[in-house]
Design a protein around this ligand. Structure first.
Ligand code: SF4
Ligand code: SF4
Length: 333
């Protein structure tokens, strides 16, 4: 079922909803738009509600003509992984009247009352240095996923973000991961070079190779996690890391993420790095212009995807990003 991801004729596109992003209406909308745009995978928080929101969005897209349904992936995190962070304001310090934090947040996760909206915060940390009173800190908010429940809800791929990659913590995942793969699921291991020194990073990969062998799973080279940057410079670390992983572990499938954007597949091709796919999170969400009202309207009437100017523009923008991965030589800016 997953051979197309592992050794397909072209790189796949993965939409990253965010391991901590739980605005379900927004997730449903993103799923509709990116299914219509041709995304291959949609990666969300490891919660049954998040998987169901994505399924609803995919169903809406299929109703209005999407030719294929993306595979739903869920992301689980080690306790110290940056993907499970949340911004928290200190009410004793926050003035509640200035707004640099709100202006700095690219995810619309600080509301008009200048409070962090927990279900939209992805833990990027951009609000922290923006606050002149040091009133915001990032805290870890790890979830213990119920893999049976997310599988029942429709997830068929599991991604594990290793944080600083403690081998003891990793060992605790051996049984869940091998069971997931044995029951036909796809597995991905996300490694982060900002937390793992090169030898530790390769040791984590070696450990999972010991569980699963070389084929049937993916390593995510998370070059610059949650950077949200669109430039060529931002994407170089993930392509470089993918090259290093492929050189050290030939035969593995490697996907780029963390600083990945419309340049990534093109840069990989230029450098002769045979990546399996590209995952985009902040960049993929930032090109969407719809608001909560649009999310609700589309969920009530999926037919709007074909006529509502906001949705049509969002699908067009998403299609451009997907195309930059599927056919980078055709559309590279
Ligand atoms: S910038 Fe800082 S002090 Fe001002 S509202 Fe935001 S968190 Fe509070
Ligand atoms: S800037 Fe980032 S960390 Fe801060 S509230 Fe927004 S999403 Fe959360």
């Amino acid at each position: 079922m997953f051979q197309a991801f592992l050794n397909g004729s072209r790189p796949y596109f993965k939409l990253i909803g965010g391991a901590n992003f739980t605005d379900m209406r927004a997730l449903r909308y993103l799923a509709t738009v990116y299914t219509l745009a041709g995304a291959d995978l949609i990666d969300v928080a490891a919660l049954p509600e998040a998987v169901e929101a994505v399924r609803s969005g995919i169903r809406d897209a299929r109703q209005v003509g999407a030719s294929a349904a993306p595979v739903i992936m869920v992301s689980a995190t080690f306790d110290d992984d940056p993907h499970c962070r949340l911004a928290v304001q200190d009410p004793g310090v926050c003035t509640g009247v200035c707004s640099p934090c709100r202006q700095a947040c690219p995810h619309d996760a600080i509301d008009e009352a200048l409070r962090v909206v927990v279900d939209r915060c992805v833990g990027c940390g951009l609000c922290v240095p923006a606050c002149p009173y040091e009133a915001i800190a990032l805290v870890q908010d790890p979830q213990a996923p119920d893999l049976e429940a997310v599988h029942r809800a429709g997830a068929r791929a599991l991604e594990l973000h290793t944080g600083s990659g403690g081998l003891e913590t990793l060992e605790a995942w051996r049984e869940p991961v091998t069971s997931w793969v044995a029951s036909g699921g796809l597995f991905a291991l996300s490694v982060n070079p900002t937390q793992l020194a090169p030898e530790a990073l390769h040791a984590v990969i070696e450990t999972v190779k010991g569980w699963l062998g070389l084929s049937g799973w993916i390593v995510q080279a998370d070059g610059k996690p949650i950077s949200g940057e669109a430039g060529l410079r931002s994407t170089a670390p993930t392509v470089q890391l993918a090259a290093e992983i492929l050189e050290r572990h030939p035969g593995l499938a490697v996907q780029c993420a963390g600083g990945a954007n419309s340049h990534t597949a093109w840069l990989a091709r230029q450098r002769g790095v045979a990546i399996a796919g590209v995952g985009m999170g902040s960049v993929a969400r930032a090109i969407i212009s719809a608001d909560a009202t649009d999310h609700e309207a589309l969920a009530r009437d999926p037919g709007r995807a074909l006529v509502d100017p906001v949705v049509v523009a969002d699908v067009r923008a998403a299609r451009g990003l997907v195309r930059a991965v599927h056919a980078p030589e055709e559309v590279h800016p």
